[in-house]
Design a protein around this ligand. Structure first.
Ligand code: HEC
Length: 160
């Protein structure tokens, strides 16, 4: 009995120290955050996109994306010309990346509606109709080649 108490008392400060480490997340921790986002935090997994990937629907999604989301994601959804994309924490991911493309259409819609907290990804619920959000999801599935649309006009002057 006595021995047990002593050893748990010794263990306690060790755990406390381990818990208070203020370091950047290790690759394993980042993986765990990704897994949690993909499986738990982000809703809408089973929602099916009712909008067909026709040229018109994709073009509508592109129009919306390139007028609103481009401030942070670039015209191509791959951060082209966005000066702060890699500086912010978490950095703005390329929407063409395998990680983002691994979301279901329903999860992408959920992300657009609810945003991701705590990060710079804002919620858009109320700004767009449901149909418009599905069209943006279609655009995210059909992104153009990296850099092919150039730099958003708002940054063009500053780009070097
Ligand atoms: C003010 C900047 C900003 C705007 C505007 C913005 N986003 Fe984001 N977005 C972010 C940031 C920052 C992240 C990274 C969030 C994270 O990983 O936690 C992100 C992530 C995402 C992701 C990927 C989520 C993930 O888990 O990797 C998608 C999809 C996305 N945004 C779509 C959009 C769409 C569509 C719009 C326009 C309706 C938009 N965003 C507008 C900043 C923005």
């Amino acid at each position: 009995m006595k021995i047990k108490t002593t050893s748990s008392l010794l263990l306690f400060p060790t755990l406390l120290l381990a818990g208070c480490r203020a370091t950047t997340p290790s690759p394993t921790e980042t993986k765990a955050i990704d897994w949690t986002k993909h499986h738990l935090t982000i809703g809408g997994k089973k929602d099916i996109n009712p909008e067909k990937p026709t040229a018109d629907n994709i073009a509508d999604g592109k129009d919306l994306f390139t007028s609103y989301c481009m401030v942070c994601h670039g015209l191509d959804g791959q951060n082209t010309g966005v000066p702060f994309a890699t500086v912010v924490s978490p950095p703005i991911p390329s929407l063409a990346s395998a990680d983002v493309q691994a979301y279901t259409d329903g999860q992408l819609k959920w992300i657009i509606e609810n945003g991701i907290s705590p990060s710079g990804m804002p919620p858009s619920k109320g700004d767009f109709s449901t149909r418009e959000i599905w069209h943006m999801v279609l655009y995210i599935r059909h992104l153009p080649k990296t850099g092919s649309l150039g730099t958003p006009a708002i940054y063009a002057g500053a780009a070097k």
